[in-house]
Design a protein around this ligand. Structure first.
Ligand SMILES: Cc1cc2nc3c(=O)[nH]c(=O)nc-3n(C[C@H](O)[C@H](O)[C@H](O)COP(=O)(O)OP(=O)(O)OC[C@H]3O[C@@H](n4cnc5c(N)ncnc54)[C@H](O)[C@@H]3O)c2cc1C
Length: 494
């Protein structure tokens, strides 16, 4: 079950609201195009504005904006089409006015206050990946967004139990962290150091080997010499075994086991169905830190959109794509709901991948479309249990010692699976898209291109590498590089 409930309890200030590198390289090379190394026929497309290759991007989520900005910087004629009245997709900040009065009760006489909720991402991890996205467009992220580290503790974990330790802090200071853990379990400080070393290894080597890497064939994935550095430090059981079980190698106390595995929920998993490699989530929190964008995540959204526009991408909102047109194994463009046809040499679908296959591509890709429908999804469920979930959230806060907040709620917004489905076309309303179980990770996650339709590429949470803003940003780089390589093979030497 996944529904999202925001309960306002404090007020926030109201937020304020290329050059043609590629073409010059084409000219330098004399415009010669050779077949790709994988034997595919080269897609030669120079029919957009001023002879540029025309790219249409379906969806202005993080993935669409990041690919759009990168391609525009490379000299493509990029058009981002977004069905909603604003870009950003799941990444949004919502402002609401609520009555406040004496004692914070909404029914007391008093003025109005503005509250801001980040309705999607609120935890900013791997800040360098955000920075990289701006740099790739030739921009400096600091000109658009200010990031602040959450410190001295990343957060406090409440266990909601009557006995034993009630809460623990996720501290960046390793010494203080060890001391804190030793008070819960003898030897836990040393175990934490072992855990951190291994988790950091999974983060560094795992990111390079599985997350930022493009897999064009199974052999790219099962490339033993590349995997050796990772396997030298971590056993396959530690990487691929059940996360909850692997954590028993470090801590006996279930609360300590939970402290370093609950992060699996960031990718829609639990420690009981996530592989151990997801210790990399705790590792990045402990080493790179937990951050937040000043003014809310809308600043990231607006920054990405402005940077993409600055390098030449156009963005059209309230433009719903009804169909991705293709014929004879070649993409042709898109048709909008109002019947407008937009010709394109390349289409990048950023909308949720199972929706793209099932609603935008027609019957030619029926097998992949039905395979995606029966894949595993991150949690979502019927709206009947939304109310029960809300009660559970409130009672957990009571149990964890935070207190009964029900009488203090000034403003309340509930997003349930139908909200996610209607707002962003997320298949089954699954807020995190396709799940991240072992059979849907890395090479086994849907590829960033559809092999039977040349010129059709994907970007976003349900394609590789997966869900979460930094992952989608890393995926945007993989997709962009694939497009550059396949459409201009002379650049990569193929
Ligand atoms: C509640 C919640 C909390 C989260 N918390 C975090 C967090 O703390 N940290 C973090 O890093 N990540 C978090 N995430 C994940 C993160 O939000 C997503 O991974 C990321 O925003 C997905 O971006 P995307 O580009 O793949 O897809 P989307 O955001 O879904 O963008 C796709 C876009 O395509 C548009 N579209 C769909 N169909 C069409 C069509 N036919 N025509 C035109 N446009 C169309 C949609 O409207 C949407 O704008 C959270 C997500 C949720 C839902």
């Amino acid at each position: 079950m996944e529904s999202t409930v925001w309960l306002a309890s404090r007020s926030l200030p109201r937020p304020g609201v290329g050059c043609c590198n590629l073409l010059s390289r084409v000219r330098r090379s004399g415009g010669r195009l050779k077949p790709c190394g994988n034997g595919r026929k080269v897609v030669v497309c120079v029919s957009g504005t001023e002879g540029k290759t025309k790219v249409v991007i379906v969806g202005g989520g993080v993935g669409g904006l990041a690919v759009g900005g990168r391609l525009a910087k490379e000299g493509y004629d990029v058009h981002i089409l977004e069905k909603n009245s604003h870009v950003g997709g799941r990444l949004q900040s919502l402002e609401v006015e609520a009555a406040v009065g004496v004692g914070g009760k909404s029914d007391d006489p008093g003025g109005q206050e503005c509250f801001r909720f980040d309705t999607g991402p609120s935890l900013l991890l791997l800040p360098q990946k955000y920075r990289d996205a701006f740099t790739a467009m030739g921009e400096d992220m600091d000109d658009y967004v200010t990031l602040k580290k959450v410190e001295p503790a990343a957060y406090r974990v409440f266990f909601g139990e009557d006995e034993g330790v009630q809460s623990l802090d996720l501290l960046y200071d390793v010494q203080k962290m060890c001391l804190q853990l030793e008070q819960v379990e003898e030897g836990a400080g040393g175990a934490f150091l072992r855990f951190l070393a291994n988790a950091k290894e999974a983060l560094d080597k795992g990111t390079a080997s599985f997350i930022e890497r493009d897999f064009k064939s199974f052999w790219d994935y099962a490339d033993v010499p590349r995997l050796l550095p990772l396997l030298k430090h971590l056993s396959p059981i530690e990487l691929l075994g059940q996360h909850h079980s692997t954590m028993r190698n470090y801590f006996k106390n279930p609360k300590l086991q939970a402290m370093f595995t609950f992060q699996d929920l960031y990718v829609g998993l639990t420690p009981y169905n996530a592989p151990g490699v997801f210790s990399l989530l705790a590792a990045t929190e402990l080493t790179d830190g937990v951050w937040y964008p000043v003014g809310g995540f809308a600043k990231v959204r607006d920054g990405l959109a402005q940077a993409a526009q600055k390098v030449g991408a156009t963005i059209t909102t309230k433009a719903t794509v009804k169909r991705i047109d293709h014929a004879n194994g070649q993409v042709q463009g898109v048709t909008l709901e109002d019947g407008t046809f937009m010709r394109a040499n390349i289409v990048v679908a950023n909308a949720d991948l199972p929706y793209v296959y099932n609603s935008l591509l027609g019957s030619k890709v029926k097998t992949q479309a039905s395979k995606l429908l029966s894949s595993k999804y991150s949690a979502s469920d019927d709206k009947q249990i939304v109310e029960a979930a809300r009660e559970r959230v409130i009672s957990s806060l009571v149990r964890s010692g935070i207190g009964d907040i029900s009488s203090m709620i000034l403003s309340e917004v509930v997003y349930s699976p139908p909200t996610w489905q209607d707002s962003y076309n997320l298949q089954y309303g699954a807020a995190f898209g396709l799940a991240h179980n072992l059979l849907q990770l890395a090479y086994f996650r849907p590829d960033v291109a559809e092999p039977s339709i040349k010129g059709l590429y994907f970007a976003g949470a349900s394609t590789r590498p997966g869900n979460g803003v930094p992952l989608v940003l890393m995926g945007a780089k993989v997709t962009t590089n694939r497009i550059l390589e396949e459409n201009y093979p002379f650049l990569s030497g193929n």
